[in-house]
Design a protein around this ligand. Structure first.
Ligand code: THU
Length: 158
């Protein structure tokens, strides 16, 4: 029997210490929470994806009275990005959320399992790591890749 361990490296960065493209993307993700349609959960999520063309695409969670028909912010952003710009590769994604009190959540939010799998597809397509910025009220978790958010990902059926 062999024992193995998976270690995930990430950085914890004070929000006001972020600079450049990362700071811009976090601002875009936070703004996107205001375009969320979440009349059922009142949990407003925004995602912003920076493409290698320099374009930023945003998405927000879009809920539906038939609950499973709604879509998370990350999937609305990544599907929109690839539908609109199929030749552009993903560079980074930022995710932010506001809670039922309307305030940005204190602890960074992480994408659900289905969104991690969906995002991983575009990281594989890019053949390069896609940085992930998870945004809290005063801090950001910066992960080097989508793959690092999804150990034991399903990547092949051949
Ligand atoms: N949600 C997202 O949009 N992204 C996440 O990473 C987690 C959850 C949405 C789904 C639903 O509209 C609401 O947040 C509450 O779960």
């Amino acid at each position: 029997m062999e024992k193995k361990k998976i270690i995930i490296d990430y950085e914890v960065i004070p929000l006001d210490a972020l600079e450049g493209a990362d700071a811009d993307l976090v601002t875009q993700a936070r703004k996107a929470t205001y375009r969320s349609y979440a009349p059922y959960s009142h949990f407003m999520v925004g995602a912003a994806i920076l493409l290698d063309s320099g374009v930023t695409v945003t998405g927000s969670n879009q809920e539906n009275v038939a609950f499973p028909s709604g879509t998370c912010a990350e999937r609305s952003a990544c599907y929109y990005a690839h539908a609109q710009y199929p030749d552009a590769m993903f560079k980074k994604i930022a995710v932010a959320a506001r809670g039922t009190d309307g305030e940005f959540v204190a602890e960074p939010v992480a994408p659900c399992g289905a969104c991690r799998q969906a995002l991983l597809e575009y990281e594989m397509l890019a053949k390069a790591l896609v940085e992930v910025l998870l945004v809290g009220r005063d801090k950001v978790f910066r992960l080097p890749s989508v793959a690092s958010t999804l150990p034991f990902a399903f990547t092949d059926f051949e």
